[in-house]
Design a protein around this ligand. Structure first.
Ligand SMILES: [Fe+2]
Length: 463
């Protein structure tokens, strides 16, 4: 049976992607010291051991079980490794994540992973798929395969921002480590974006024949990407560059963290409770001014790179924007700045229609760290706005909510629905640790507004 699941024209394409994913995941786990394997680098997340079991377990559950209706590989481990956690606070994290869980040894997990990989690859190579989804709804248009593949790629980003929290002594530093520091930060200009239409979301693969329907057809999208939604966006202006560490230093120098009026109630409560006084990616150093801070690099401290984007929580980004007399963009404004154009056309990527290449942005694991704002001019949008897809996710002010026509996906029904709770906001774009396969216009990321660990930058707008 021939399988045609665009953009992969063959079963071999699926297998190659799966193997590429697995190799990268293995390399990430091999970066860290066995001593910290059972620790929890971020108190709000599971211990490291969970993730190495979770990746194959999830692929078994979504593809083999839900997609093909088959038995799993190891029922006990698939149950243990089924779900991650996202509590609001550390107090909440302990009971939910099972502090008393007895985790298997790494050897046992790797053995389970090998067995799961064998079954999954064999199924990708030989299983009969009903791409119409008549037999198993989760297999319609190959959904369950992509669910497994994209889930693993997304977790690689989770792993990397988690590893960043580990002490340097517990990570193996690569021999060829280097940084792109740039000279001075770019002068930030504001760019006018004319009023116009933004198309959020996408058309379902099954809508391929419906030519009148709105938006691009994507071969796969997560449930929160459907259906397409047209939004008329009034004129606004936006920063050409994401806010840099240099700009954020000024906010700190002007006591932005101490000024109650810059923070909404929930953010202030978090700031007070956690005693937040600087970005989680910064470390106090011994000097003054810029020298008072260092960058918390993946493998070592780096003198604060002034031209790099400032990675912060949405709460901190919002306080900065308010301090400037501005605000964060809505999801629709992000779309307009990234994919809109003065001639009214909407692009597939900020730079046009070409598939993502390294020149377009800092993504797809090109670098362990950010690069200076504006360092990938070939990736600028039609309006000249830089780094909208790459070098760090972009926080928006928009609550993570379903588009009209949302239905939970059969291969992973709990993916989005549990997070439509008014406590998460949308992020768009990509970070250095985002796989190129995940870069598409309709892709939506989301986090709590007070989550400070994700590789997320921001810029400000004004109406
Ligand atoms: Fe997961």
């Amino acid at each position: 049976m021939t399988v045609s699941v665009a953009p992969l024209s063959s079963r071999q394409g699926l297998v190659n992607w799966y193997r590429r994913n697995r190799q990268r995941s293995r390399a990430l786990f091999d970066l860290i010291d066995p001593d910290v394997y059972f620790t929890r680098p971020i108190a709000l997340r599971n211990p490291i051991v969970f993730y190495e079991g979770h990746l194959p377990a999830f692929s078994v559950i979504s593809f083999l079980k839900r997609g093909l209706g088959r038995a799993g590989v190891d029922e006990r481990l698939e149950t243990l490794f089924a779900r991650g956690i996202d509590p609001d606070s550390e107090q909440e994290a302990v009971p939910r994540s099972g502090a008393g869980t007895r985790w298997p040894s790494r050897a046992a997990i790797l053995e389970f992973a090998r067995a799961a990989d064998d079954e999954i690859v064999a199924a990708m190579e030989r299983a009969e798929f009903d791409l119409a989804g008549r037999e198993h709804a989760a297999m319609a248009d190959g959904e369950a395969i992509f669910t497994a593949l994209e889930h693993e790629a997304m977790h690689q980003e989770t792993l990397l921002y988690m590893w960043r929290r580990l002490p340097y002594a517990h990570k193996r530093k690569p021999h060829d480590l280097s940084y792109e520091l740039g000279a001075a930060p770019p002068a930030n200009q504001r760019i006018d974006i004319a009023a116009g239409r933004a198309t959020l979301g996408a058309r379902r693969p099954s809508a391929r024949a419906d030519r009148a329907a709105l938006g691009a057809v994507v071969p796969f999208g997560w449930d929160n990407e459907f259906d397409a939604l047209a939004v008329d966006v009034p004129r606004f202006d936006i920063d050409a560059h994401s806010v840099t560490n240099a700009e954020f230093l000024e906010f700190i120098a002007e006591r932005g963290y101490q000024r109650r009026e810059l923070w909404d109630d929930a953010s202030w409560e978090w700031r007070e409770a956690e005693q937040v006084s600087h970005p989680a990616f910064w470390l106090p150093a011994s000097g003054s001014g810029a020298d008072a801070w260092a960058w918390r690099g993946m493998f070592e401290e780096v003198p604060l790179p002034l031209a790099w984007p400032c990675y912060v929580s949405q709460a901190e980004a919002s306080a900065f924007a308010r301090w400037k007399g501005r605000r964060l963009p809505s999801e629709a404004e992000y779309h307009r700045a990234a994919y809109g154009s003065p001639d009214g056309e909407e692009r597939e990527f900020p730079w046009g229609a070409a598939p993502p290449q390294p020149a377009h942005g800092n993504f797809d694991f090109q670098s362990w760290e950010p690069v200076p704002a504006g360092a990938r001019p070939a990736g600028a949008s039609a309006w000249g706005v830089h780094d909208l897809a790459g070098n760090g996710w972009e926080w928006t002010a928009s609550e993570f909510a379903p588009f009209p026509g949302f239905t939970a996906m059969a291969s992973y029904p709990e993916y989005s629905a549990e997070f439509f709770d008014g406590r998460h906001v949308v992020l768009k774009g990509a970070s250095p640790a985002t796989a190129k396969e995940l870069i598409r216009r309709s892709f939506r990321n989301w986090f709590r507004t007070n989550y400070p660990y994700v590789y997320a930058k921001f810029r400000t707008v004004s109406s």
